[in-house]
Design a protein around this ligand. Structure first.
Ligand code: NAD
Length: 473
């Protein structure tokens, strides 16, 4: 298979996909080694993961370079290659999780329950192209620390970083017995689901539906983290200039190629003109990272087809009466870029207000009442996250409660993206299954097993139990 370089537009990398029989062999090998990984306990696994963190540090330059080639962006690649804090965060969470292995009396006399947390043996993790390395490890590290073995199938669009991760894994053989990466497209993803005991999937709603069906067919649990169309609501009391600056950052972060980017904005009508003016002035200052990859806030579209989607959303909106106040075009330098595009005169007949754009678009619509703002913000098949700006945080939080989304940031866009230790479910089509945040992020990879032992001294077998069972006979 060939992979395109998003910065140059050239197909300059080739790789051999993992065959189904190779996948089966990898899964068999990990399955065999997993009991030993689980037996090492949280302390043992934490030590191995810390060794992995040190190995990442030794190979960091190569990892960054591979991510630069995969994504066409430098600053985010540097942050993605910084895996040690993720490892430390999950180890800290796992230590709390260990305390759930409790010993408790039960309601039956002399019967003691020891709860065992029994890990799923093999987890499959299927990931998208927008943050190749972060997404590959976000579910993987909690699953590993919970005692599972993991096979990761990253997107075929961004395969280069896998070479470096495999080199790093060779430095940590204990981990290589519990973690493997495979290369391939959706067909290999589907094959992976047929081999594992639990599937984590991050990607589009369309693929998520297929993954959920395949998991249901096999009767295995699935955690699905899918797309979004996140709204920002700017209430009457908000500072329009501050809200606009935050909106531009929230829409342009990772060039909009992030599930939690702001994709549509609703502003109290009295603030509308001032907000649009501030957003336009802020958007005009944002530059692309071409010709210097280390400068600029906007990187290229990683998936070429995404540039087409963004173009169609802009054209559809303009054909229905919208006006592009900034940007509005796809820039072609081999790779493809889009400058922040502030759109006015938009409404919900336009695709840009309803479908995931995954680009730096800021369609801005006025509203006359809070009820209207909430109705418009909730008029979406998605429910990932949302943001609210208000004069007073009480009013902001009241509107946040009415929004149909799993995480709402108040008085700054995208806070919910930065906090990982708090549970957030994905609402509506944005996700399904147990979420990856907070305690549940690790806890979902183990089942509660009850081991109940009779500890009494009676000669009769569990007399209390027998009495209860036979009552009424
Ligand atoms: P995608 O659905 O096209 O692909 C995701 C992964 O699924 C890839 O590895 C792909 O090879 C694999 N795949 C494709 N068909 C498959 C099948 N039938 N069975 C199993 N696997 C299959 O998504 P994408 O274009 O790579 O990523 C962009 C999407 O991901 C956007 O919608 C974005 O919002 C979403 N996303 C969500 C989150 C989140 O946390 N909610 C995070 C990042 C990205």
């Amino acid at each position: 298979m060939k992979a395109r370089n998003p910065y140059t537009g050239e197909f300059d990398y080739e790789f051999t996909p993992t065959s189904p029989s190779e996948l089966e062999a990898i899964c068999g090998r990990l399955r065999e080694a997993q009991p030993c990984w689980e037996k090492a306990g949280i302390a043992g696994r934490a030590e191995t993961l810390r060794e992995f963190g040190s190995a990442v540090a030794r190979h960091r330059d190569a990892l960054i370079e591979s991510l630069v080639q995969d994504t066409g962006r430098y600053g985010i690649s540097v942050r993605e290659a910084n895996l040690e804090p993720v490892i430390e965060r999950e180890i800290a969470a796992a230590l709390k999780f260990a305390r759930e292995e409790t010993v408790r009396e039960t309601e039956l006399p002399d019967v003691i329950n020891k709860r065992q947390l029994a890990s799923y043996a093999l987890v499959g993790n299927i990931t998208p192209w927008n943050f190749p390395c972060s997404m590959a490890f976000l579910d993987t590290i909690p699953a590993l620390i919970a005692g599972c073995a993991v096979v990761v199938k990253p997107s075929e669009v961004t395969p280069r970083f896998i070479d470096v991760v495999e080199r790093i894994l060779r430095d940590v053989p204990e981990l290589a017995n519990a973690l493997a990466f495979v290369r391939g497209d959706g067909a290999l993803g589907a094959e992976l689901i047929s081999q594992v005991d639990y599937v984590c999937f991050t990607g589009s709603v369309a693929t998520g539906r297929k993954v959920y069906r395949a998991a249901a067919e096999r009767f295995i649990p699935a955690s699905l983290e899918l797309g979004g169309k996140d709204p920002l609501v700017v209430l009457q009391g908000a500072d329009p200039v501050k809200a606009a600056a935050s909106a531009v950052v929230g829409s342009c972060i990772a060039s909009g190629q992030i599930c939690t980017a702001l994709e549509r904005i609703y502003v109290a009508e009295d603030l509308y003109d001032e907000f649009v003016e501030a957003a336009v002035s802020c958007a005009r200052r944002v530059e692309i990272n071409y010709p210097d990859i280390r400068k600029g806030f906007i990187g290229p579209f990683i998936l070429e087809g995404q540039a087409g989607t963004v173009k169609r959303h802009i054209e559809d909106a303009v054909s229905k009466g919208a006006e592009a106040q900034t940007g509005g075009e796809i820039l072609d330098h081999g790779g493809k870029w889009c400058l922040p595009t502030v759109l006015t005169n938009v409404d919900h007949s336009m695709r840009v207000m309803l479908e995931e754009s995954f680009g730096p678009l800021l369609p801005i619509m006025p509203f006359a009442s809070i009820e209207e703002a909430v109705r418009l913000a909730n008029d979406s098949e998605y429910g990932l996250t949302a943001s609210v700006f208000a004069g007073d945080s009480g009013e902001g939080e009241e509107v946040a409660r009415a929004l149909d989304a799993g995480g709402v940031s108040v008085n700054r866009a995208g806070i919910t993206l930065m906090v990982r230790g708090i549970e957030q479910d994905a609402f509506k089509a944005s996700g399904m299954g147990k979420n990856r945040m907070g305690r549940e992020g690790i806890r979902r990879f183990a089942r509660s097993k009850a081991i109940m032992t009779y500890a009494g001294e009676d000669d009769e077998i569990a007399p209390g139990l027998a009495a209860q069972v036979f009552t009424g006979c």
